[in-house]
Design a protein around this ligand. Sequence first.
Ligand code: NAD
Length: 295
Amino acid sequence: MNTTDSKTIILEGAPAAKSIVDDLSQKIKKYIAAGKRKPGLAVLLVGNDEASEVYVKNKILACNEIGIHSHLQRFDSNADKAKIIKALSELNSDDTIDGILLQLPLPSHLPSEEILSAISPNKDVDGLHPYNLGLLFAARIGLQPCTPKGIMALLAYYQIPIKGKHAVVVGRSNLVGKPVAAMLLQKDATVTICHSRTVNLPAICKEADILVVAAGQKQLVDKNWIKPGACIIDVGIHRQTDSNSKTKIVGDVVFDEVKSIAGHITPVPGGVGKMTVAMLMANTVAAYEQHLGIQ
Ligand code: NAD
């Protein structure tokens, strides 16, 4: 845990992610020692989007580090829907594959929702199949989206109280906004979901005890939007090039301003992103345990 001059606690993802990944690594070692096969994750990458290449590389590295067998399948950026669905269908019936991840976003000619629905729900380690999203909203056990699950694990690791708090979520995507709102609700927060058509967004954010910003808008939230002492979770990831042509990663929140007012704040990079990868590993191991009938 890190603090700034004003005693704001910086919610670093690394220690929280490490504790999760270390536990998973121990579990996998135990299973292998007992004669079981390795967990298997298939990653499908369509096209050559620069950011997606980096995310996929990090996911495969994480698999290698903890003993998950990973299998990368690449498709040209002009690949058609039928080809990807055929590959998914083969992976669905492959007994050595426990998890299937389709790296998003897909090229614009491809129907993401339809293709995601072709992944078997019990291998859907990104938790984006409508079946798994339905389980989440019904507060039942299923595979849950990695970034929202990572946010909840980060809050738990740093023992941020949720019950009875006002949580404001900015963003209503299936990937982040809606699922994290459902998870906060399950932990007894009073949740407000905001989006691009919300009126008086800064005033609503200023009422938040916990503010999750997943708008995908670079540096949207400044210090005037923050209740003193609030916990700020910044999900945004944006590349920014300065006047010296140096690139850095920034979030949806103006970190340097907001950190002097917030009680807790995630850094970008190094906050939520680390947790997303750890949760992908956790979901893959959970799917593996389910396939092998391990309790
Ligand atoms: P998205 O574009 O699918 O959804 C953005 C949401 O924000 C929409 O619901 C939209 O209504 C809302 N929105 C847009 N502009 C707004 C505004 N000005 N005011 C209020 N609401 C606004 O994006 P997403 O997939 O949910 O991702 C959001 C951000 O999180 C992106 O920057 C993305 O790169 C990042 N992300 C990070 C991780 C991670 O691991 N850290 C994972 C997933 C996404």
